[in-house]
Ligand binder design. Structure first.
Ligand SMILES: [Fe+2]
Ligand SMILES: [Fe+2]
Length: 320
């Protein structure tokens, strides 16, 4: 459990304060993704920069904007933004209170591959900065080089057309058979073209739980609202319970059995689940076959009767 109060925000040369929940620069090294928090004061504008990895944000408080390759996106609480690899980006706050947002990136994965590059250009005009790396369209032909050029050009075009901004109110709330309600924030299902990191907001009904399960890879849950606890163990019956509250990050370590509980009998708990299953789990599946990578304890699933009895409060986000 990474506690909100243990994450120290420090002023940075970018013009915003930043702190590390999980990642190398907070002395909590990771392999796939990292998690940081940032604050931008009213009137502040960050420097413009770009990097070889992609990142995504989740707005916790306040309002502001992020400009990606010269296109401005205005955001409010619970919106998400995807920042594609190599896009020039900067953020600002023209509201009346400090804006706070989380960011998750694939930098550790690119670091693993030795492919991390970052370029900060201060307050230069984006129109004077070099464009994203160019690529070559494939010629006709069936030889391996022609095929590679065509395949990579096609992929690059698709990736450059992905969704950037997800305004919270725009997405549908989906009820799951697990007794939770979910909303995609960054996911292929809503047109995002991220490196594999996805964000989904999960609402736990008052006093309810999710099933006990385990899977490989870093899976994190940011607590947006509410309080509860999570069981984590090396076996379904061998582990410990950890309490959480708003602003904490639940770090589900590799392959631990885990189950999250909403401890509030009156109100829902809201968690944003972040992981890199889309790309990494697919790779792991191929590498680990025939090992089973996702296991769930059936007897911890809610019955349909229980699910149909849940009374959901209004789904309303806070004002920026
Ligand atoms: Fe960035
Ligand atoms: Fe999980």
């Amino acid at each position: 459990m990474v506690r909100k109060e243990d994450v120290k925000l420090q002023p940075t040369a970018r013009g915003m304060r930043s702190g590390v929940y999980m990642g190398w620069d907070g002395d909590a090294p990771t392999r796939c993704l990292d998690a940081l928090v940032h604050e931008i004061d009213p009137g502040a504008v960050t420097t413009i920069h770009r990097h070889s990895w992609d990142a995504q944000t989740f707005v916790v408080e306040g309002s502001g904007w992020t400009e990606i390759d010269g296109v401005r996106h205005d955001w409010k609480p619970w919106d998400a933004i995807h920042i594609p690899a190599w896009s020039w980006h900067r953020s600002g706050n023209d509201g009346g209170k400090t804006a706070r947002f989380m960011s998750y990136s694939s930098e550790p994965m690119l670091w693993t591959l030795g492919m991390c590059l970052i370029e900060d250009r201060g307050h230069e005009d984006v129109r004077k900065l070099p464009p994203r790396p160019a690529f070559t369209e494939g010629p006709k032909g069936d030889d391996p080089y022609a095929r590679r050029l065509r395949r990579l050009a096609q992929e690059a075009k698709k990736r450059r057309k992905g969704r950037i901004h997800t305004p919270y109110d725009e997405q549908d709330l989906l009820a799951t058979p697990r007794g939770t309600r979910t909303k995609f924030l960054v996911d292929r299902a809503i047109g995002s073209e991220a490196s594999g990191i996805t964000q989904v907001m999960i609402q736990f009904a008052p006093g309810k739980t999710q099933s006990l399960h385990r899977h490989p890879g870093e899976a994190w849950l940011y607590v947006v609202e509410g309080h509860g606890h999570s069981f984590m163990g090396t076996a379904p019956d061998k582990g410990e319970h950890h309490r959480w509250k708003k602003g904490d990050l639940i770090v589900v370590d590799h392959y631990l059995w885990h189950q999250h509980f909403n401890d509030d009998p009156q109100n829902q708990a809201r968690l944003v689940r972040v992981h890199m299953f889309d790309s990494i789990l697919e790779t792991m599946r191929a590498l680990m076959d025939p090992m089973v990578l996702f296991e769930e304890a059936e007897d911890t699933l809610l019955s349909m009767q229980e699910v149909s009895k849940i009374e959901w409060p209004d789904d309303r986000r806070p004002e920026g």
